[in-house]
Design a protein around this ligand. Sequence first.
Ligand code: FES
Ligand SMILES: [Fe+2]
Length: 320
Amino acid sequence: MEQSTGNWFPVISTRELRDKPLAKKRFGQALVFWRDSKGRAVCMRDICPHRGAKLSPGHIKDDVITCPFHGIEFDSQGHCARIPPEGERPIPDDFCVQTLTCFESGEYIWLWTGSDVDALSLPEPPRHSDMDGLPYGESTSIWPAHFTRCIENVCDFSHLPFVHRTTIGMFRSETQSNVEIEEIDQGFRAYLIEENKPAQCLEFLYPNLWMLKISSGFPMTAMFAPVDEHTTEVYGRTVYRSDFPGKRILMDLYTRISQFLVFREDWPIVAGQWPIDVKDVAGEKLLPSDAPVIAYRKLLHAHGNGHAGSLFSGPGTDMP
Ligand code: FES
Ligand SMILES: [Fe+2]
């Protein structure tokens, strides 16, 4: 079996990827996602090796993506299938687009941060067991901050009565220091203890999946997709149990409104934190109430602080 060191990284929602190519910037690189005729997700660099046009405005037919500029076709492995302007001339061996290993799980499309290999030869990505198979509403928002700072923010109970004093932190005590951490496979749970029992529980799964369980109400999840060093696209989901026609539209709306109200209070503060990437932090004075942040940093450290392996570098990085 082929060996590849890396980890899975969810980067877009399954719902976004339909029958057309989808352009997304991730890890500072312009990527295009599409589906082959069997519905399998494909991800490749969004740049044609011919003369640099974006492939994403092209079209998909018969398991190839066609560049909109001169009609050159590439298959799901990134190999060139046809060069119309050259007729029957042979296709040069190096005429290909770089592909990235993709997998669909938990209704996200995941990328493998190591070298491109067969996804089935790799371990399955982690998932929040509590929401398996349940319907959910979804909405996205853009935070102008590094994804590691965004994740720390949602793992932090103690900012709630200050940053969210008019919304979800309104009735909270300023003292939120009684936090217990439970290490779990590929992540941790943090319990906020009030009156000797857990009042809230959040679960974090490496590298970027978060879930908040509250005793009453809907579980919320968030996936933090790195757009570039300064930008994160947050995929918020609200899980619900009973379903009826139109409920998903209502839950999408509920998720959008709650994200708008709460996250707009978070990101101006998170965007101003320095250094921008948690891996560069030195000398911060962490407190016992920062226990979930400490647990997150431990996880980052255990994974070598690499975040996304080679994906944050290489040709095409920082393309618009
Ligand atoms: S730039 Fe893509 S076919 Fe020419
Ligand atoms: Fe917050």
